[in-house]
Ligand binder design. Structure first.
Ligand SMILES: NC(=O)c1ccc[n+]([C@@H]2O[C@H](COP(=O)([O-])OP(=O)(O)OC[C@H]3O[C@@H](n4cnc5c(N)ncnc54)[C@H](O)[C@@H]3O)[C@@H](O)[C@H]2O)c1
Length: 248
């Protein structure tokens, strides 16, 4: 892929199933990656297993002070950032009737507010660095009715898509592209541990036109494309990595 060699990327939720695949792919493409997550032990383990030019920062995406510290650390180490991948996210299972206010607040804080704060803090550094790309990780549950549950998650991921469009227009002539990937169900270790063999797992498969879960590497490939110069004329766009979900 063109234009990732030597670029500096900030990745949230780096130690999760998708985050670690995205980190690996960006490093394979020659980028440097600031690995961030709330789980410090997992961050150091991941950095040790990856090799390449990485840094590690504990970052709660819902905390503006953490973002300010992370941006300063990236500026000190590399003097620049060209890519932000807003990947950190948490889920919910409640329906429109059963969701709790407590879970709603948690999910919106991480998935929605966290994505905004990431763009607000790192976007200016990308512009200052000569331009680059933001990639927001949305979800098919924010683009369709999904499985008629995960209500607060669907609301927050729908907002991620709306924020992607709005921010894309804001920065359109200032060198900061903003796009989203929209995955359906991806067979990460955590997802399979949680749901493998369950009714929900069967529903995921039954509702996926391709009849299989996605692979983390398939999401990472779309993220790398949107982060690279190969997508130089795309902003405010979405890549569905969904086994045909959106076509149903
Ligand atoms: N796996 C899927 O099927 C799927 C489908 C669509 C979208 N997504 C989205 O992809 C992203 C990654 O999901 P995943 O499957 O790798 O999940 P995961 O649970 O494996 O990873 C999520 C990561 O986010 C981190 N995290 C949680 N709260 C945080 C916070 N407040 N600040 C910073 N980091 C925090 C966790 O520590 C974890 O490392 C999420 O945004 C998720 O909603 C996943």
């Amino acid at each position: 892929m063109r234009g990732l060699e030597g670029r500096r990327a900030v990745l949230t939720g780096a130690t999760g199933g998708l985050g670690s695949a995205i980190a690996r792919r960006l490093l394979d493409e020659g980028a440097s990656v600031a690995l961030t997550d709330v789980d410090e032990g997992a961050l150091h383990a991941l950095a040790g297993s990856l090799g390449g030019d990485t840094s590690v920062a504990v970052l709660d995406v819902a905390d503006p002070d953490d973002w300010a510290r992370t941006v300063e650390a990236v500026r000190d180490r590399w003097g620049a950032a060209h890519v932000l991948v807003n990947n950190a996210g948490i889920g919910s299972l409640g329906t429109v009737e059963t969701e709790t206010r407590e879970r709603w607040d948690q999910v919106v804080a991480v998935d929605q507010l966290g994505t905004w704060l990431g763009m607000q803090h790192v976007g200016p550094l990308i512009e200052e660095s000569g331009g680059g790309a933001v990639v927001n990780v949305a979800s098919i549950l924010g683009a369709t009715g999904g499985l008629a549950n995960s209500f607060s998650y669907a609301a927050a991921k729908g907002a991620v898509r709306a924020m992607t469009l709005n921010a894309a227009l804001h920065w359109a002539q200032r060198g900061v592209r903003v796009n989203a990937v929209v995955p359906a169900f991806i067979g990460t270790g955590a997802l399979l541990d949680r749901y493998g063999g369950s009714e929900r797992h069967r529903a995921m498969l039954a509702n996926t036109p391709m009849g299989r879960l996605g692979r983390p590497e398939e999401v990472a490939a779309a993220v790398a494309f949107l982060a690279s110069e190969d997508s130089a004329y795309s902003t405010g766009s979405e890549i569905y990595v969904d086994g045909g979900w959106a076509a149903r």
